[in-house]
Structures are given as structure tokens and as C-alpha cells.
Design a protein around this ligand. Sequence first.
Ligand SMILES: *Cc1c(COP(=O)(O)O)cnc(C)c1O
Length: 347
Amino acid sequence: MVINSTKLFLSKNSLYHNVDYLKETKKKKLLPVVKANGYGHGMEEIVGALYFHGQKEYAVARYVEAERIRKMELKDIRILVFESIGDYSLIENKEDIDISANNINELKSALKYGIPSTRIQIKIDFGFGRNGIYPSEITELKKIIDKTEGKFRGLYSHLFAVNYEDGLLYIKQFNEIVDILGKDKFEMIHLQNSAATLTYDCKIVTHIRAGMLIYGLQDDGFYERNLKQIFSLESEISSIRNLENSKYIAYNLKKSDCNAKHIAKIKLGYADGFLKSNEGSFCLIGNREYKILQVTMDNTFLEVDESIREGDSVLLYHNVSLAALHNKMTIYELLTILSPRIPRVFR
Ligand SMILES: *Cc1c(COP(=O)(O)O)cnc(C)c1O
């Protein structure tokens, strides 16, 4: 019997390679984005490995994610929470959590509450319907900043450009805003997510704020060959059935539904975040692709041949871009839905 035969293997070497490569080529510090369970890789695993590699600053979307990192009890770390916290009493004595001021009133109320400016990162909005302080409020913002003794933890914005020229324009605008507010008023300045990191150089920033790239993943249209995918979703054949002896494979796949003679089962199902929409795509056993016939809650059935044995290793999502395409998802969606039931294991 094989127990827990499906695992998400992670390569520490590839992770370290990616972060070192990004820092060296961009000549910037890194603010790795580890939200959404480290993009499905396992947040504690990723943070633990990065911390061991000297990384002290992290970014997440929600307060609950910052709480999970705090439980790891790592010394001298800082966690930026993108989304508004709302209740400042939650973070009063938690010096490792930095908040984001997502509008001018939040900035005022955080300062009034007594949150030190060295724990506040100010978000500027360029009108992507997200959040942040508008360029039209810069004069008011400057007054607040000038009135505040000492530095702020950070200034940032989200660069999302529909086209290259727009991106350049936003970078120029961001530069002007930094000039007005005073670069020295901020401990860190950041603007680029993964796509923008690959597309633009931005002198004024201290950090790049990348998610995707640290995991060695890239959106369609980006081909940075020097990054290495760090995950490998692997299972083992747990049993093989000769179809001639059974009428049904699982609940509703009839013998007549396929002409396969051998059906293999692996212990991975939609409860693991491996959705039914994977049906019809392929996995890799040895060097050959085999069809995924059916996905149930806990198991997946593959069409194999007589060469396949119990215990053989099965690679899922071996081409993550194609897998995302087949599922009509982005790579982000495909990975962040992988459930915590799959053990994350460094190899
Ligand atoms: C998620 C997120 C990122 C990271 O995006 P990638 O495309 O994965 O690099 C950066 N900044 C903010 C504000 C985010 O919400």
C-alpha cells in the first residue's frame, strides 16, 4: 500500500536560483509575494526556505496570511499586508506587520490611532480601479507626510499597463510623485509585480515586488529562460485495473466511454484542487504522456498500457502553461486552488 502518494515537491535550489537571479539582474532588493498559500506552493514552506536564505521582508494580501507567518516565530521579519486591516487593535503590538494605507482617510486614521509611520506603507493609485491614494490628493498627502516626524515604511503603487507606452508614462508619473513627497521619507519604494519586473526597469524603486517569478512561473508572452519552475506535482500509480473485468471505473465512467484496456488510479482528486476540468488532458509517466480519463473527489483515473506498473511515478501539470490552458485558467488560478491536503515537500 502506498500512503500519501501524491506530493507537491519543491526545489529549494531553484527557488534560491530565482530570487538570486532576480536580485542580481535587476540590482534591487526583493519583496517576495507569498499570498494565497505561496501561490499554492505552501506559504510556510516558501517563507521558511527564503528566510533561511536571508530574506526578511514578505508581502501578503490579507491579515490572516500575515498571522500564519507570525506563527512561524522568525526573528526580524517584516510582513506587508496589501489589504486594509480595518481594526488597528489587531496589529498594535505586532511590530513585524506593516499596514498599507489604501486611501487618504486610512492614512489619517492609522496615524491618529498611533500606528507608527515606520509601519505604514502608502499606496498610490493610478486609476486601475484598485485602491490607493489618487494623484490629485498628492498635495494633501505631502502635508501629512511633512507633518510626520521620521520616515514612513514605504511608498508603492501597482503598475499594470495595457501597453508598453502607458507603463512608461505611469513610471514617469510615479517618479514625479516620489520627487514631490521626498524619496528619503520612505524606507522602501516599490512598483513592479512580475510582469512589470520583466518589462520595465525602474531606477527609483528599492524593491521589486514579485510573486510569479520567484516560483519560476511566467504569464503567457513572457519567456525569461533563466528562471526555474520550483514545483513538481507527482503521484504514484496506486492500482491498475484491466477493464475487461469491470463495468465501471468509478461512479459514472462507463466501459463504453473509452476503449482503454488498462486503467490506472492515482490518489489525487478535485478535493485536492485537481479539478474535473483536467479530464481529457495528459500526465507524464516515464517519458510518455497518458490521458486523464476521470477525476473524482479523491482519485483520478488514467488510461495506461500494459507497460505501466503499480508504484510508477506520475507527473501532473508537467507543462503548466498547457495545463492552465486546458483548464481555461491562468497559472495563478491553477496553482492557488491546490488544497492543503497535498503535502508540500522540499526535495
Ligand atoms: C499579487 C500581487 C503582486 C504579485 O503579482 P505577480 O504577478 O505574481 O508578481 C504584487 N503586488 C500586489 C499589490 C499584488 O496584489
